[in-house]
Design a protein around this ligand. Structure first.
Ligand code: BTN
Length: 255
């Protein structure tokens, strides 16, 4: 704990050797009135959850954590928190592992090269259009053997261990992440989301690539990613030159 440089993020930690999902546990705590900044941390998750109801494989060696936040913002701005978190993760990895090619894939996957090293699952709960609390779930594959994953997941995924060929101290990465997270969250609460977006753009691997967006029900849209709007929606230039805003969907880099 002495390595932790934050004021309130991660000052209360609920640690579990094994838990179903840190997001679920954090939600239960938040329902009981747990304060902002408390985190849930697990060594292993048995039912780690990813986006779109996918499973998130969470063996020993990863950072599996969920942060409870209570920002005073309109519920429609909740997606900004996910973008902000990706910036915090990417900055952390860049700072600690200078040789790695760290970047962000829209909206919020952190990549090394073109492989995913971190996923973020933000779940917000609101009452009367205002946010009651937000759970920010972060999974970073640190000392994880990707070849222990189901074969279909191996190709697109990597870990810090995989990239460096050695294990790194997990707690140091966690403390640095919480520190970067608090800094960017303070900026966010001060109404400086545009500054955060600037950092996001600088870290983005999506802008400038030709991408395919896969929406629900099999709908696909292709185009060149040319920017993000001030709320973080992706701006695509379609093949016929029209611009289209994309608010959600899975993004695949084709170039
Ligand atoms: C994604 O699909 O990219 C998001 C993955 C989020 C995984 C993290 S691990 C900690 C937290 N608890 C969960 O059950 N999921 C998130």
């Amino acid at each position: 704990k002495s390595k932790l440089k934050t004021n309130y993020i991660g000052r209360n930690i609920y640690y579990f050797d094994i838990v179903d999902s840190t997001n679920l546990t954090a939600k239960k705590l938040a329902e009981k009135g747990e304060e902002e900044g408390t985190i849930v941390l697990a060594q292993v998750q048995t039912r780690g959850r990813g986006r779109e109801n996918k499973e998130w494989i969470s063996p020993k060696g990863g950072i599996w954590t969920s942060i409870i936040l209570k920002p005073d913002i309109p519920a429609v701005n909740a997606p900004q928190i996910t973008l902000m978190t990706a910036v915090a993760v990417a900055k952390t990895l860049k700072k600690l592992f200078k040789n790695l090619d760290v970047g962000i894939k829209w909206p919020n996957d952190v990549l090394i090269g073109n492989k995913k090293v971190c996923g973020i699952l933000t779940e917000s709960y609101s009452r009367n259009e205002s946010l009651e609390y937000v759970i920010v779930g972060v999974g970073i594959d640190i000392n994880v053997d990707i070849n222990s994953f189901p074969i279909e997941l191996q190709e697109g995924a990597t870990s810090i261990k995989e990239e460096l060929g050695k294990e790194v101290p997990l707690v140091d990465v966690l403390c640095e992440f919480l520190y970067e997270f608090e800094k960017v969250y303070e900026k966010f609460k001060a109404g400086k989301f545009q500054e955060i977006l600037k950092e996001w753009r600088a870290l983005s691997k999506t802008i400038g690539s030709y991408v395919e967006i896969r929406k629900k029900f099999g709908k696909r849209i292709r185009g060149e990613a040319v920017g993000v709007t001030k709320d973080g929606a992706l701006i695509l230039e379609l093949d016929d030159g029209r611009l289209k805003k994309i608010f959600s969907g899975a993004c695949i880099h084709l170039s």
